[in-house]
Design a protein around this ligand. Sequence first.
Ligand SMILES: Cc1ncc(COP(=O)(O)O)c(C=O)c1O
Length: 278
Amino acid sequence: MDERFRIRTDDLIAKISADIEAGRIPFCVVANAGTVNTGAIDPLTAIREVADRFQLWMHVDGSYGAFAVLARSARKLFAGMEQADSIALDPHKWLYLPVDVGCVIYRDPEIARAAFAHEAEYTRMFGEEEDEAFVCWDYGPELSRRFRALKVWMLLKGVGLDCLSEAIENNLACARYLESMVRASDDFEMVAPVELSIFCFRHVPAQLKNKSPEAIDAFNERLLVALQRDGSSYLSNAALAGRFALRGCVLNYRTTLGDMEILLEDLRRVARSIPISG
Ligand SMILES: Cc1ncc(COP(=O)(O)O)c(C=O)c1O
Protein backbone atom coordinates (compact mmCIF):
# COMPACT_ATOMS: atom_id res chain seq x y z
CA MET A 1 0.00 0.00 0.00
CA ASP A 2 1.01 3.62 -0.44
CA GLU A 3 1.00 6.23 2.32
CA ARG A 4 -2.80 6.59 1.94
CA PHE A 5 -3.33 2.81 2.35
CA ARG A 6 -4.17 2.27 -1.35
CA ILE A 7 -2.91 -0.64 -3.46
CA ARG A 8 0.40 0.20 -5.15
CA THR A 9 0.00 -0.98 -8.73
CA ASP A 10 3.75 -1.45 -9.25
CA ASP A 11 3.77 -3.87 -6.31
CA LEU A 12 0.59 -5.54 -7.60
CA ILE A 13 2.27 -6.18 -10.96
CA ALA A 14 5.38 -7.52 -9.22
CA LYS A 15 3.33 -9.91 -7.08
CA ILE A 16 1.26 -11.20 -10.01
CA SER A 17 4.43 -11.70 -12.06
CA ALA A 18 6.09 -13.57 -9.19
CA ASP A 19 3.03 -15.86 -8.89
CA ILE A 20 3.11 -16.61 -12.61
CA GLU A 21 6.83 -17.31 -12.49
CA ALA A 22 6.25 -19.70 -9.59
CA GLY A 23 3.75 -21.64 -11.73
CA ARG A 24 0.60 -20.31 -10.04
CA ILE A 25 -2.38 -19.02 -11.99
CA PRO A 26 -3.68 -15.69 -10.68
CA PHE A 27 -7.31 -15.16 -11.73
CA CYS A 28 -8.71 -12.23 -9.78
CA VAL A 29 -7.76 -8.89 -8.32
CA VAL A 30 -9.90 -7.35 -5.58
CA ALA A 31 -9.78 -3.58 -5.35
CA ASN A 32 -11.39 -1.59 -2.57
CA ALA A 33 -13.78 1.33 -2.89
CA GLY A 34 -13.60 2.24 0.78
CA THR A 35 -11.44 0.00 2.97
CA VAL A 36 -12.64 -1.15 6.39
CA ASN A 37 -9.89 0.60 8.35
CA THR A 38 -9.53 4.00 6.71
CA GLY A 39 -12.01 4.23 3.82
CA ALA A 40 -9.17 4.28 1.26
CA ILE A 41 -10.17 3.94 -2.38
CA ASP A 42 -7.75 2.06 -4.61
CA PRO A 43 -6.68 3.49 -8.01
CA LEU A 44 -9.47 1.69 -9.85
CA THR A 45 -8.63 2.70 -13.42
CA ALA A 46 -4.99 1.64 -13.02
CA ILE A 47 -6.04 -1.66 -11.43
CA ARG A 48 -8.39 -2.30 -14.37
CA GLU A 49 -5.39 -1.89 -16.69
CA VAL A 50 -3.39 -4.41 -14.65
CA ALA A 51 -6.33 -6.82 -14.67
CA ASP A 52 -6.62 -6.53 -18.46
CA ARG A 53 -2.89 -7.00 -18.93
CA PHE A 54 -2.94 -10.29 -17.00
CA GLN A 55 -6.49 -11.32 -17.96
CA LEU A 56 -7.80 -11.22 -14.39
CA TRP A 57 -11.33 -10.79 -13.09
CA MET A 58 -11.62 -7.40 -11.36
CA HIS A 59 -13.82 -7.33 -8.29
CA VAL A 60 -14.44 -4.14 -6.31
CA ASP A 61 -15.34 -4.33 -2.64
CA GLY A 62 -17.65 -1.35 -2.36
CA SER A 63 -19.53 -2.81 0.61
CA TYR A 64 -18.97 0.22 2.77
CA GLY A 65 -17.78 3.00 0.52
CA ALA A 66 -19.26 2.70 -2.97
CA PHE A 67 -22.52 4.43 -2.08
CA ALA A 68 -20.56 7.65 -1.59
CA VAL A 69 -20.54 7.85 -5.38
CA LEU A 70 -23.99 9.38 -4.82
CA ALA A 71 -22.40 12.38 -3.08
CA ARG A 72 -21.19 15.07 -5.47
CA SER A 73 -18.10 15.90 -3.40
CA ALA A 74 -16.84 12.28 -3.48
CA ARG A 75 -17.92 11.11 -6.94
CA LYS A 76 -14.60 11.61 -8.70
CA LEU A 77 -12.83 9.29 -6.24
CA PHE A 78 -14.68 6.34 -7.79
CA ALA A 79 -13.55 6.85 -11.40
CA GLY A 80 -13.02 3.43 -12.97
CA MET A 81 -15.40 1.56 -10.64
CA GLU A 82 -17.83 1.18 -13.53
CA GLN A 83 -15.23 -0.95 -15.32
CA ALA A 84 -15.20 -3.68 -12.67
CA ASP A 85 -16.40 -7.19 -13.51
CA SER A 86 -18.26 -7.36 -10.20
CA ILE A 87 -18.96 -5.00 -7.30
CA ALA A 88 -20.02 -5.94 -3.77
CA LEU A 89 -22.39 -3.48 -2.08
CA ASP A 90 -23.89 -3.47 1.41
CA PRO A 91 -27.08 -1.40 1.47
CA HIS A 92 -27.11 -2.24 5.20
CA LYS A 93 -24.15 0.04 5.55
CA TRP A 94 -24.41 3.35 3.71
CA LEU A 95 -28.00 3.09 2.50
CA TYR A 96 -28.92 3.00 6.22
CA LEU A 97 -30.95 -0.21 5.93
CA PRO A 98 -31.17 -2.90 8.62
CA VAL A 99 -28.88 -5.95 8.37
CA ASP A 100 -28.72 -7.91 6.14
CA VAL A 101 -28.94 -7.00 2.51
CA GLY A 102 -25.48 -7.53 1.04
CA CYS A 103 -25.47 -7.73 -2.75
CA VAL A 104 -23.22 -8.18 -5.74
CA ILE A 105 -23.64 -6.74 -9.20
CA TYR A 106 -22.00 -8.18 -12.32
CA ARG A 107 -20.90 -6.52 -15.54
CA ASP A 108 -21.82 -9.68 -17.43
CA PRO A 109 -24.34 -11.71 -15.40
CA GLU A 110 -24.10 -14.61 -17.83
CA ILE A 111 -20.66 -15.47 -16.43
CA ALA A 112 -22.16 -15.78 -12.94
CA ARG A 113 -25.02 -17.81 -14.34
CA ALA A 114 -22.62 -20.25 -15.95
CA ALA A 115 -20.88 -20.67 -12.58
CA PHE A 116 -23.90 -20.90 -10.27
CA ALA A 117 -27.00 -22.10 -12.14
CA HIS A 118 -28.10 -25.56 -10.96
CA GLU A 119 -29.89 -26.62 -14.13
CA ALA A 120 -31.94 -28.96 -11.92
CA GLU A 121 -35.51 -29.59 -13.05
CA TYR A 122 -37.01 -28.28 -9.79
CA THR A 123 -35.14 -24.97 -9.99
CA ARG A 124 -36.04 -24.30 -13.61
CA MET A 125 -38.30 -21.28 -14.10
CA PHE A 126 -40.77 -20.99 -16.90
CA GLY A 127 -41.55 -17.48 -18.05
CA GLU A 128 -42.77 -15.87 -21.19
CA GLU A 129 -40.95 -12.62 -20.45
CA GLU A 130 -37.29 -12.23 -19.56
CA ASP A 131 -38.03 -10.84 -16.06
CA GLU A 132 -40.43 -13.70 -15.32
CA ALA A 133 -37.74 -16.22 -16.17
CA PHE A 134 -35.12 -14.48 -13.98
CA VAL A 135 -34.32 -16.14 -10.64
CA CYS A 136 -31.69 -14.90 -8.18
CA TRP A 137 -30.47 -18.39 -7.33
CA ASP A 138 -28.97 -18.77 -10.80
CA TYR A 139 -26.47 -15.98 -9.99
CA GLY A 140 -25.05 -16.91 -6.58
CA PRO A 141 -24.60 -19.76 -4.10
CA GLU A 142 -27.92 -19.35 -2.23
CA LEU A 143 -31.05 -21.24 -3.18
CA SER A 144 -33.75 -20.55 -0.57
CA ARG A 145 -33.54 -16.90 0.37
CA ARG A 146 -35.42 -14.09 2.03
CA PHE A 147 -36.90 -11.21 0.07
CA ARG A 148 -34.00 -8.90 0.90
CA ALA A 149 -34.47 -6.69 -2.13
CA LEU A 150 -37.82 -5.42 -0.84
CA LYS A 151 -36.29 -3.02 1.67
CA VAL A 152 -33.94 -1.56 -0.93
CA TRP A 153 -36.82 -1.05 -3.34
CA MET A 154 -38.96 0.53 -0.61
CA LEU A 155 -36.13 2.89 0.34
CA LEU A 156 -35.52 3.99 -3.23
CA LYS A 157 -39.24 4.52 -3.87
CA GLY A 158 -40.02 6.08 -0.50
CA VAL A 159 -36.98 8.27 0.09
CA GLY A 160 -35.34 8.60 -3.31
CA LEU A 161 -31.78 9.05 -4.46
CA ASP A 162 -31.60 12.83 -3.89
CA CYS A 163 -32.35 12.39 -0.21
CA LEU A 164 -29.81 9.57 0.14
CA SER A 165 -27.20 11.60 -1.66
CA GLU A 166 -27.77 14.52 0.74
CA ALA A 167 -27.55 12.25 3.79
CA ILE A 168 -24.27 10.72 2.56
CA GLU A 169 -22.91 14.20 1.83
CA ASN A 170 -23.71 15.20 5.42
CA ASN A 171 -21.92 12.10 6.77
CA LEU A 172 -18.84 13.01 4.70
CA ALA A 173 -19.00 16.56 6.07
CA CYS A 174 -19.01 15.20 9.65
CA ALA A 175 -15.82 13.19 9.11
CA ARG A 176 -14.09 16.12 7.38
CA TYR A 177 -15.13 18.44 10.22
CA LEU A 178 -13.74 16.00 12.80
CA GLU A 179 -10.47 15.90 10.85
CA SER A 180 -10.25 19.70 10.72
CA MET A 181 -10.85 19.95 14.48
CA VAL A 182 -8.24 17.28 15.17
CA ARG A 183 -5.64 18.99 12.98
CA ALA A 184 -6.35 22.36 14.63
CA SER A 185 -6.03 20.91 18.16
CA ASP A 186 -2.84 20.30 20.11
CA ASP A 187 -4.06 17.21 21.95
CA PHE A 188 -5.36 15.02 19.07
CA GLU A 189 -3.62 13.78 15.91
CA MET A 190 -4.82 12.03 12.76
CA VAL A 191 -3.35 8.56 12.08
CA ALA A 192 -4.70 8.41 8.50
CA PRO A 193 -6.22 11.00 6.18
CA VAL A 194 -10.03 11.11 5.96
CA GLU A 195 -11.14 9.70 2.61
CA LEU A 196 -14.89 9.14 3.14
CA SER A 197 -16.75 9.00 6.47
CA ILE A 198 -14.15 7.02 8.46
CA PHE A 199 -11.68 8.85 10.69
CA CYS A 200 -8.66 7.32 12.45
CA PHE A 201 -6.99 9.44 15.10
CA ARG A 202 -5.68 9.43 18.64
CA HIS A 203 -5.55 11.49 21.76
CA VAL A 204 -2.13 12.77 22.83
CA PRO A 205 -2.61 15.11 25.81
CA ALA A 206 0.35 17.25 26.93
CA GLN A 207 1.54 14.77 29.58
CA LEU A 208 1.87 12.06 26.90
CA LYS A 209 3.81 14.09 24.31
CA ASN A 210 7.31 12.81 25.09
CA LYS A 211 6.27 9.24 25.96
CA SER A 212 7.06 6.18 23.81
CA PRO A 213 4.79 5.14 20.91
CA GLU A 214 3.87 2.05 22.98
CA ALA A 215 2.73 4.23 25.88
CA ILE A 216 0.59 6.35 23.51
CA ASP A 217 -0.94 3.14 22.05
CA ALA A 218 -1.68 1.75 25.53
CA PHE A 219 -3.26 5.01 26.67
CA ASN A 220 -5.54 5.18 23.63
CA GLU A 221 -6.54 1.55 24.04
CA ARG A 222 -7.63 2.24 27.59
CA LEU A 223 -9.33 5.43 26.43
CA LEU A 224 -11.37 3.50 23.85
CA VAL A 225 -12.71 1.08 26.44
CA ALA A 226 -13.42 3.91 28.87
CA LEU A 227 -15.27 5.87 26.16
CA GLN A 228 -17.41 2.87 25.25
CA ARG A 229 -18.28 2.29 28.92
CA ASP A 230 -19.02 5.99 29.41
CA GLY A 231 -21.87 5.58 26.94
CA SER A 232 -22.10 9.00 25.27
CA SER A 233 -20.01 8.44 22.10
CA TYR A 234 -18.99 5.17 20.45
CA LEU A 235 -15.74 4.46 18.59
CA SER A 236 -13.97 1.33 17.38
CA ASN A 237 -10.26 0.87 16.65
CA ALA A 238 -7.80 0.13 13.87
CA ALA A 239 -4.16 -0.95 13.71
CA LEU A 240 -2.38 1.27 11.17
CA ALA A 241 1.31 0.76 10.39
CA GLY A 242 1.63 -1.06 13.71
CA ARG A 243 0.08 1.77 15.74
CA PHE A 244 -3.21 1.81 17.62
CA ALA A 245 -5.83 4.25 16.32
CA LEU A 246 -9.26 5.28 17.53
CA ARG A 247 -11.60 4.76 14.58
CA GLY A 248 -14.96 6.34 13.93
CA CYS A 249 -17.31 5.79 11.00
CA VAL A 250 -20.26 8.11 10.39
CA LEU A 251 -23.05 5.96 8.94
CA ASN A 252 -26.19 7.39 10.48
CA TYR A 253 -28.30 10.02 8.74
CA ARG A 254 -29.03 11.63 12.11
CA THR A 255 -25.37 12.30 13.01
CA THR A 256 -24.54 16.02 13.00
CA LEU A 257 -21.45 18.23 13.12
CA GLY A 258 -22.35 18.89 16.75
CA ASP A 259 -21.91 15.17 17.50
CA MET A 260 -18.31 15.47 16.28
CA GLU A 261 -17.67 18.24 18.84
CA ILE A 262 -19.33 16.15 21.56
CA LEU A 263 -17.07 13.21 20.63
CA LEU A 264 -13.86 15.18 21.21
CA GLU A 265 -15.22 16.62 24.45
CA ASP A 266 -16.24 13.12 25.62
CA LEU A 267 -12.73 11.86 24.88
CA ARG A 268 -11.08 14.73 26.77
CA ARG A 269 -13.39 14.24 29.75
CA VAL A 270 -12.97 10.45 29.88
CA ALA A 271 -9.18 10.72 29.35
CA ARG A 272 -8.75 12.76 32.54
CA SER A 273 -9.63 9.68 34.59
CA ILE A 274 -6.93 7.51 32.94
CA PRO A 275 -3.48 7.41 34.60
CA ILE A 276 -0.51 7.95 32.25
CA SER A 277 2.30 5.42 32.43
CA GLY A 278 5.45 4.50 30.43
C1 LIG B 1 -15.08 -2.87 2.95
C2 LIG B 1 -15.85 -3.97 3.63
N1 LIG B 1 -15.98 -5.18 3.04
C3 LIG B 1 -16.68 -6.18 3.60
C4 LIG B 1 -17.27 -6.02 4.83
C5 LIG B 1 -18.07 -7.18 5.40
O1 LIG B 1 -19.42 -6.95 5.16
P1 LIG B 1 -20.56 -7.96 5.67
O2 LIG B 1 -20.37 -8.09 7.14
O3 LIG B 1 -21.83 -7.28 5.33
O4 LIG B 1 -20.37 -9.23 4.94
C6 LIG B 1 -17.15 -4.80 5.50
C7 LIG B 1 -17.71 -4.54 6.81
O5 LIG B 1 -18.08 -5.05 7.71
C8 LIG B 1 -16.44 -3.74 4.88
O6 LIG B 1 -16.33 -2.55 5.49
